[in-house]
Design a protein around this ligand. Structure first.
Ligand SMILES: CC/C=C\C/C=C\C/C=C\C/C=C\C/C=C\C/C=C\CCCCC(=O)SCCNC(=O)CCNC(=O)[C@H](O)C(C)(C)COP(=O)(O)OP(=O)(O)OC[C@H]1O[C@@H](n2cnc3c(N)ncnc32)[C@H](O)[C@@H]1OP(=O)(O)O
Ligand SMILES: Cc1cc2nc3c(=O)[nH]c(=O)nc-3n(C[C@H](O)[C@H](O)[C@H](O)COP(=O)(O)OP(=O)(O)OC[C@H]3O[C@@H](n4cnc5c(N)ncnc54)[C@H](O)[C@@H]3O)c2cc1C
Length: 607
């Protein structure tokens, strides 16, 4: 019935102050930003073009281009990936050759695989590209640099001479990403003024002299680092949307269990449903908090860079790359699990879950393929370990590696299931697992004469060690979050339950790591799972309130299953009738194609 809250009985069970939890979830971001970060999907994504200009352009170039971009007088595309190269930025083929006679660069796509391919906004709407191309001066290749290139006339939007542009076509399913005109671009000897090479980091003089960057060349990758830390925030939003839908529906859906006319059992009360759903609820909060930390770490990096302090740049790269990888994988897999948690109705478009999944899953690929990103983390971990011998004391997220010797001797002293509720007990186990996995890789790597060959041979193990390292970061930041002053009745307690669920779920899922590195005994692993089951019972009465705390409107969720009022069945039925297929009783084509078959006489008893 309209106006009735079918989930009121669930909301009345809450054991914490929901208003405070809403504030904890929102953190420093407001609802507008949450919505804005999705609205851009259906518009051109200035998310990268503008930050890239800020990161790579001189002050003078920023003064020229930023006002135009900010006011949408030009529409830019971050044009890096090509048909033949995406992950391997140093393998990009597009060239920008300096012509000293005319003081210009000539941009060219020398091969088919040099075709720019994927950049958002490029297909139909962008007027300018921030094109990444190999800088060539006097036949010498100086590597990939950024160039601002006008693509279309600002009068009639037609493509300019030498520019061939197209959309790369439909993408995965009918997802909303098809509203993004990811495009292709071929340069045929297109000339741009020298001052349209972004020259904050390195320059080319009028005489054609290359002035190399006096800062780490990787700063030219700065926009990717910026977006990767934003994508971690996106992961918490995408996953929490799916969890909100599937939690509310799990409380509405009843199946089996009726005795003597009693109501059937709410599927949220099945232990299997809880074991699948509640770790995702905990993961949404965990990713939200690590994204908060990562954002502050990134802001600190920017301040340091302003002061030419590059000391945290390697760690910032490793953290943004690794956390982008881990959180987008968890969110993408989690959205699919939420669809399955909703049974058949989860497969309906009106559930909001297929669309969410179709739009979200490329996050595991864009801004750095997730495996390639974890290999970057692994490279950082191996380098950190190699420097231990020279007395280099790791700090920050790798500080635990400075205690590697001690952690190699670690054995969990858990005796009872409730011992696993102690944050220090959990962190020690996760540190020992991560340290031992990385140390084992380093040990094996040392057996190879050529480190690169070893890295390739051991890359699967290195990815697992990098995963363990990133999961330790997320667990640690969840624990640190709860060391903050959090007001409100029961709020910290509930977050403590989620923190333990998150950590013990990971321990259970990766029990092989913990056992094979001899960090815990099988019995201690069993006790962790015991404790996990008990935690699910503790979170159960608060589940609806915990997803209410995400503070998503029904409009934002766009899901009949995730409605705040839980009035699912009438709305499911109502939504189905909106489908144009239901505008007529007899379907198009029936009379032409089906009816003749039905009318066909029987021959010898056979149709
Ligand atoms: C209707 C809608 C409904 C619902 C929506 C609901 C939910 C959706 C939810 C979210 C969606 C919402 C918004 C999302 C929308 C959009 C998201 C935003 C943008 C998406 C568009 C994506 C844009 C792109 O993909 S742009 C292209 C990205 N490309 C990449 O990432 C390329 C990856 N490759 C690389 O980064 C590099 O090639 C490499 C790092 C892998 C290797 O580089 P290189 O070869 O140069 O280096 P190495 O030799 O490996 O290492 C040398 C040393 O350099 C260090 N290093 C490397 N990189 C960095 C760096 N970035 N910073 C610092 N240091 C770096 C490395 O560590 C080595 O150091 P060492 O000391 O020598 O070891
Ligand atoms: C929706 C979407 C939007 C995008 N938007 C943009 C944009 O706006 N601008 C832009 O420039 N680009 C954009 N891209 C491109 C995107 O950045 C690249 O697709 C991404 O970086 C992955 O690179 P790739 O396609 O070359 O994958 P590949 O690297 O070819 O990956 C293929 C497989 O090879 C594996 N692999 C690759 N290298 C290694 C290695 N060294 N070791 C082990 N395994 C390896 C990968 O793990 C993967 O399994 C977008 C892509 C998508 C899907």
């Amino acid at each position: 019935m309209e106006g009735v809250d079918h989930l009121a009985h669930e909301r009345n069970k809450a054991q914490f102050d929901v208003a405070v939890m809403k504030a904890v979830w929102a953190g420093s971001r407001d609802a507008y930003e949450l919505f804005h970060r999705f609205s851009r999907l259906v518009a051109n994504d200035p998310e990268m073009f503008i930050p890239a200009i800020k990161a790579q352009a001189t002050e003078e170039q920023q003064k020229q281009w930023l006002p135009l971009a900010n006011k949408m007088k030009i529409i830019g595309s971050y044009t890096q990936t090509e048909l033949g190269h995406g992950s391997n930025v140093r393998g990009l083929e597009t060239t920008a050759t300096f012509d000293p006679k005319t003081d210009e660069f000539v941009l060219n796509s020398p091969t088919l695989t040099a075709t720019k391919w994927w950049p958002g906004g490029l297909g139909k709407i962008a007027t300018h590209a921030l094109a990444h191309a190999r800088l060539i001066i006097d036949d010498k290749d100086y590597g990939v640099h950024g160039f601002l290139v006008q693509l279309r006339s600002l009068d009639d939007h037609l493509t300019l001479p030498g520019i061939t542009i197209g959309d790369i076509g439909m993408k995965y399913g009918s997802g909303a990403y098809n509203t993004m005109d990811n495009g292709s671009l071929i340069f045929d000897h297109v000339r741009i003024p020298r001052n349209q090479m972004l020259m904050r980091l390195s320059q080319v003089t009028r005489e054609g002299k290359y002035v190399p960057s006096n800062v780490p060349r990787q700063l030219s990758y700065g926009t990717m680092v910026y977006v990767r830390q934003k994508i971690v925030f996106d992961a918490s939003i995408a996953l929490s949307r799916a969890v909100c839908i599937s939690t509310r529906y799990s409380a509405v859906r009843r199946q089996f269990g009726s005795h003597n006319g009693s109501p059937e059992t709410q599927v949220i009360d099945y232990k299997t449903q809880q074991a699948r759903l509640f770790p995702l609820l905990a993961s949404a909060y965990a990713i939200r908090f690590v994204s908060e930390w990562l954002n502050s770490f990134y802001k600190d990096l920017l301040q340091r860079l302003e002061a030419k302090d590059f000391s945290t740049l390697p760690e910032a790269h490793a953290c943004t790359a690794g956390l982008k990888s881990i959180t987008t994988s968890v969110a993408a897999d989690g959205i699919e699990e939420c669809r399955k948690l909703c049974g058949g109705h989860g497969y309906l478009t009106s559930s909001g879950l297929p669309e969410l999944s179709a739009v979200y899953i490329p996050a595991c690929t864009y801004e750095g393929d997730n495996v390639v990103m974890l290999l970057q983390v692994a490279r950082y971990l191996m380098k950190t370990i190699s420097q231990l011998k020279s007395g280099n004391k790791p700090v920050g997220t790798t500080a635990y590696l400075g205690r590697a010797e001690q952690l190699m001797q670690y054995h969990s002293d858990v005796l009872r299931a409730e011992d696993w509720l102690k944050p220090n007990v959990v962190v020690e186990a996760f540190e020992a697992r991560a340290a031992r996995m990385s140390m084992a890789c380093a040990q094996n790597l040392s057996k190879f004469n050529n480190p690169e060959d070893g890295f390739q041979e051991l890359s699967a193990d290195l990815v697992e060690a990098a995963t363990a390292h990133c999961q330790l970061i997320i667990v640690s930041k969840f624990i640190e979050k709860l060391q903050q002053d959090i007001p409100g009745k029961g709020v910290k307690e509930q977050l403590g339950v989620l923190r333990s669920i998150y950590a013990l779920f990971l321990l259970h899922k990766h029990i092989g790591d913990f056992l094979s590195t001899d960090c815990i005994t099988p019995k201690q692993g069993y006790l962790a799972n015991e404790q996990l089951r008990s935690l699910y019972s503790q979170v159960r009465p608060n589940a609806i309130a915990l997803v209410d705390a995400f503070n998503y409107t029904d409009h934002f969720l766009s899901s009949v299953l995730g409605r705040y009022d839980g009035n699912v069945y009438p709305k499911l039925y109502e939504e189905a009738w909106k489908d144009p297929l239901n505008d007529t009783s007899i379907p198009d084509g029936f009379h032409e194609y089906v009816q003749p078959m039905l009318k066909q006489p029987l021959h010898h008893g056979r149709l």
